[in-house]
Design a protein around this ligand. Structure first.
Ligand SMILES: Nc1ncnc2c1ncn2[C@@H]1O[C@H](COP(=O)(O)OP(=O)(O)OP(=O)(O)O)[C@@H](O)[C@H]1O
Length: 307
């Protein structure tokens, strides 16, 4: 197996699995990170995402997690993992890879930039729902961050990069500093649902107050980092203020699990919707009233002529 990672697969190349002979035509690079490169590929006119690993052991543990999740949710769910094999790179070396569902979507930050902040509550709710399902199956996502959340049409959310997924109770396998509960002195790095909820809170701040968050990481001494600093940013942010109370609970570990947290988020959305309804624009109220008067007049006139 390869120990260094230099593989470069080009458009039009066909890779063939060493053991199962699956043939995949490379379309383009979708993204790359510490653990590997992800390509858009085609097989029998279907699109998939191929992740080729930089480290066989790391990729194998990611595959183990995906296989275990697949076993738990076989019924009624679209599969995510399709194939696992090794391929020969252009350099003649062997690289492990796996084939997963291709998620046609944008990264979370791009989606919200394009569609507008009004989609943030729904996307947040969908993301909490995804986490709740994972937690229910006994896993913690671990490396939750903006780059690992893809959003498709209508705010449909998909998590990618299962390299940090950890069984509940074990030590988080992979994390990114600013999203990490330990980094903010907010608790341990032991995998529990609250760990992901803490990262979800940081993710909200990263989405709308990235500059201030970054500034904070530069200014504060490690011993002075705290969730209170994060909450203050949320309270001072026009977009985040409505969810600041929710974020406080997430940072303080007050939600029992992601299901509980999703429910509280949903309640917030309803409250905001009610608020929006009461703020119906005057022109719309006027239009409704005029239509009602017209309708009443017509009915009165019809009845008078018929009777
Ligand atoms: N199933 C998929 N469908 C579409 N795009 C994907 C898919 N999986 C990954 N990507 C894209 O490829 C990028 C890199 O993938 P991934 O995060 O799995 O790599 P990584 O090496 O584990 O990264 P990291 O350094 O964050 O651990 C993602 O940010 C995403 O944009």
């Amino acid at each position: 197996m390869a120990t260094s990672f230099k593989i470069d697969l080009r458009h039009g190349m066909v890779v063939t699995g060493k053991w199962k002979n699956g043939r995949y035509r490379i379309e383009r690079l979708l993204g790359e990170g510490a653990n590997g490169k992800v390509y858009l590929v085609q097989r029998d006119r279907n699109w998939f995402a191929l992740k080729v690993g930089s480290d066989a052991i790391d990729l194998q543990s990611e595959i183990n997690v995906l296989q275990s999740i697949a076993k738990q949710k076989r019924q009624g769910h679209e599969p995510f993992l399709f194939d696992v094999d090794d391929l020969y790179g252009p350099d003649g070396r062997e690289y492990p890879f796996y084939i997963m569902r291709y998620v046609l979507g944008s990264t979370l930050a791009d989606y919200l930039k394009k569609q507008g902040a009004e989609w943030f509550p729904l996307v947040g709710l969908n993301l909490l729902g995804k986490l709740a399902k994972l937690h229910h199956a006994g896993w913690v996502f671990g490396d939750l961050k903006v780059e690992n959340v893809l959003v498709a049409d209508y705010g449909h959310v998909e998590l990618v990069d299962y390299g940090g997924v950890t069984a509940v109770g074990k030590s988080i396998r992979q994390f990114t500093e600013i999203y990490d509960r330990g980094y903010w002195n907010g608790g341990s790095r032991s995998a529990d649902a609250k760990y992901d909820l803490f990262s979800f809170g940081v993710l909200c701040i990263q989405l709308y107050e990235a500059k201030r968050l970054h500034q904070l990481t530069k200014e504060l001494l490690p011993q002075n980092r705290s969730a209170a600093e994060l909450i203050q940013i949320a309270e001072e942010s026009p977009v985040l203020r409505p969810v600041a109370g929710w974020l406080r609970k997430a940072f303080d570990g007050q939600f029992t699990d992601a299901g509980d947290a999703a429910e509280a988020w949903r309640m917030l959305m309803h409250r905001r919707d009610t608020h929006r309804t009461s703020a119906t624009p005057a022109w719309l109220k006027g239009l409704v009233a005029t239509s009602a008067v017209l309708l009443a007049t017509t009915v009165f006139w019809l009845l008078r002529n018929v009777l």
